[in-house]
Write a protein that binds this ligand. Structure first.
Ligand code: SF4
Length: 363
């Protein structure tokens, strides 16, 4: 189709003058392409770049990543958020090193079958590393296609996925699938941007439907986003001499395998933060206020926004007498609590960002 040819040609010529040199561009090692794609999911390039460099330097092969302890991988990942990516990445590396004998799958179906790899990542790896004709569909591609072709289908629906995927596949240059995929994503990220697309200098301007119909700012459309779930955490930070009590999150929930302090989750926002220390003591100990424990401070509320949740956390700091260990193991104090050195806590263990923020701001 003539318009498809126009789109491809203009895109490639734009890309020739706007290539951004990044270490994973042009990379053919599927392990490194995969690593970059996992790191860049829901992450800005500037933020992901040092992590990519750190991971490829520390674990230059999939086997090296597979051999690393999970805690070490999570520590290297710290600050990037969405920790399930790191856990999946590590599990996948072990799967490739073990079941697949260290050989990365070289077909779309094989790549797509890897844990933690969705349609987008599979298409990216297949096209970049193996030159296979699979079109990527990410937020940038949705935006460019919705605007250029004037597509009104809300992009957060299954119907849109089918419609845009079929269109993206038709537009793909089968002779240069990797270069085409890179070009359209770079164009969406650098030119046809969400808020300030550079329409006046756009190589697609003469055929862009959204520009002609005044729909640039409105497209792509979305169904109303679901409200984020609010969660309220109250942490008990028990200091004991040079140590602090911590636990590892192990439930199938946010921040699994990260370390935090003993936690009481509330069903709604606390109305009186000054009552929280007593609430924690009542929860963790069988006597209302055991001897050998003194309140040090109640923190300000910290708030972290995740993809589907907003977590508000307040930290109540207590000092425990050196010999009050027996007090801790009462009532709701599971055996997974560990006493670790305060210096060791933040330096070695991977913790959620909200815990890190609190820890770094302590007086
Ligand atoms: S003319 Fe504007 S809206 Fe259309 S593709 Fe170009 S930058 Fe995007």
């Amino acid at each position: 189709m003539e318009v498809f040819r126009f789109f491809r040609q203009q895109l490639f010529s734009w890309h020739t003058g706007h290539q951004r040199p990044l270490p994973w561009k042009g990379e053919r090692d599927p392990y490194k392409v995969w690593l970059s794609e996992i790191i860049l999911q829901q992450t800005r390039v500037e933020q992901g770049l040092p992590y990519y460099e750190r991971f490829t330097a520390t674990y230059p092969t999939v086997r090296r990543l597979a051999e690393a302890p999970l805690d070490e991988v999570l520590k290297l990942w710290e600050g990037l958020g969405y920790y399930s990516r790191a856990r999946n990445m590590h599990a996948t590396a072990r799967h490739i090193a073990g079941e697949l004998h260290g050989i990365f799958p070289d077909t779309y179906a094989g790549i797509r079958a890897l844990p933690g790899v969705g349609d987008y990542t599979a298409a990216a790896i297949a096209s970049f590393a193996f030159g296979l004709p699979h079109a990527v569909l990410d937020g940038n591609v949705y935006r460019v296609l919705a605007r250029f072709f004037g597509i009104e289908t809300p992009v957060d629906t299954p119907a849109a996925k089918r419609e845009f995927q079929a269109l993206a596949q038709q537009l793909l240059d089968p002779g240069r699938p990797g270069a085409y995929n890179q070009a359209i994503m770079d164009f969406g990220a650098g030119h046809c941007t969400p808020r300030q697309p550079a329409c006046s200098t756009c190589p697609l301007v003469e055929r862009c439907v959204a520009l002609r119909t005044g729909a640039v700012q409105r497209l792509p459309t979305k169904n109303r986003a679901a409200a984020k779930q609010q969660r309220f955490f109250v942490y008990a930070v028990f200091y004991q001499g040079k140590n602090v009590w911590v636990r590892k999150r192990d439930a199938a929930d946010i921040w699994r395998n990260l370390y935090e302090f003993p936690l009481l989750e509330l069903p709604k926002a606390p109305t009186d933060p000054s009552a929280l220390p007593q609430l924690l003591l009542n929860h963790f100990f069988s006597v209302g206020h055991p001897a050998g424990i003194a309140l040090r401070r109640v923190s300000k509320p910290y708030r972290q926004t995740l993809s589907h949740r907003i977590v508000t956390a307040i930290f109540c700091e207590f000092d425990l007498d050196e010999n009050s260990e027996s007090l801790v193991f009462q009532k709701n104090t599971p055996s997974d609590w560990q006493l670790v050195e305060q210096i060791y806590f933040k330096k070695i263990l991977a913790v959620p960002r909200i815990v890190e923020w609190f820890w770094n701001e302590r007086p």
